[in-house]
Ligand binder design. Structure first.
Ligand code: G6P
Length: 358
């Protein structure tokens, strides 16, 4: 059944492997055969009429929001702000004149996000929830809701929900875009193929994790990237710390020299995400600053930007959709680090799958 681990030692690995299927499920649901988007006109009209989209979420869903905001701004030309629900709930920012809210939540039950939805409902604003759990609280209480169709996610560390959220955000942003030169349906099916190839390459990530992240001498690790890659760096670091307890930080590569560089020691792992043509050279420069201080570098790079000596080469995709591809190696690195350290991958200490208290 869907909630059976089957041949897998841990749910997380099963859920990582399911990601291509999840993408196909979303494509079948949200595109017709010609590649036109099937999303209710009422939803699109409301977003079109809004002067700003506010994305509200927590944890991994927040990171999916950060990646999606770029899609709304660059494809749909819609100003978009992303907020952590526990912040927005108690210190509401000054809102634009015609806001529209998008709630991202795997469970649909995160208490802080529910609090925000309650507040904005009282204020009379409209909203759309993207959630994996139909009939959940955020599903029921929002003006509109769309399912993520990822299937039950049981591992505490979220994986397929992130990919489903970014995919659905891309479909929404595309539906709102004036220019549809890109064939999104085709691009998403290429991405599903690319994800399949990465998850079929598990041995590679086990070996990298064993060499760089599993040794007890590794206390901290860093993910860096620029543009949308910096948002994936946040997610990659979260995944690593959640299940391996390695102190990990992800951030915009240009910020390294403003502080974090001081933490680099002999052998500190620094993983660079390089998928953005505009800034690839700059990220490489930032990475060199760390290797000059003894860091152990690992690069995850799009094919057209790859150089001799790079770590893992990703197929080229539309740069704004790169998170869907580059996040997969980071999920597998976290998984094999947890496994190699003998930890319970699915049930990390101190964490819950869904946080229903504020
Ligand atoms: C918990 C989970 C995370 C998740 C976050 C938000 O902290 O452990 O994996 O990202 O809640 O949950 P949601 O269900 O709202 O996406």
């Amino acid at each position: 059944s869907e909630t059976d681990k089957g041949i897998y030692p841990y749910y997380m690995l099963k859920e990582v492997d399911e990601q291509p299927v999840v993408m196909h499920r979303l494509m079948e649901r949200y595109f017709d055969e010609q590649g036109n988007v099937l999303i209710g006109k009422a939803i699109l009209d409301e977003i079109n009429a809004a002067d700003r989209v506010y994305i509200i979420a927590a944890g991994t869903s927040y990171h999916a929001g950060l990646a999606g905001a770029r899609l709304f701004e660059q494809w749909a030309n819609k100003p978009t702000s992303v907020y952590i629900s526990s912040e927005f709930a108690y210190e509401q920012p000054l809102l634009s004149e015609k806001p529209f809210f998008i709630f991202l939540s795997q469970s649909g039950e995160t208490a802080d996000s529910r609090e925000v939805l309650q507040n904005i409902n009282e204020a009379g604003y409209h909203s759309l929830t993207l959630t994996n759990v139909e009939k959940s609280t955020l599903w029921r209480e929002a003006t509109y809701a769309l399912p993520l169709l990822a299937g039950p996610e049981i591992a505490v560390a979220s994986t397929k929900a992130y990919v489903a959220q970014v995919t659905l955000e891309s479909i929404l942003a595309y539906a709102l875009a004036d220019n549809q030169d890109l064939n999104l349906m085709e691009e998403l099916s290429n991405i599903a193929v690319a994800i399949q190839a990465i998850v079929d390459d598990k041995e590679t990530f086990k070996n990298v994790a064993d060499a760089m992240l599993v040794p007890a001498s590794t206390h901290s690790a860093f993910y860096i990237g620029r543009g949308v890659d910096s948002t994936v760096a946040l997610e990659a670091a979260l995944k690593l710390k959640e299940i391996s307890y390695v102190q990990a930080e992800g951030f915009a590569a240009g910020e390294l020299k403003h502080g974090t560089l001081a933490l680099i020691e002999e052998g500190t792992p620094v993983m660079a995400l390089i998928t953005q043509p505009k800034t690839a050279g700059l990220v490489r420069g930032n990475l060199s600053e760390t290797t000059a201080r003894g860091a152990h570098p690992y690069t995850i790079v799009s094919k057209s930007l790859a150089k001799e000596g790079d770590g893992y080469i990703l197929p080229d995709v539309d740069p704004l959709l790169a998170p869907l591809v580059e996040v997969i190696p980071t999920q597998l690195l976290a998984y094999y680090t947890s496994l190699g350290r003998g930890l319970d991958v699915d049930r990390p200490r101190n964490l819950a799958k869904s946080v229903t208290v504020q």
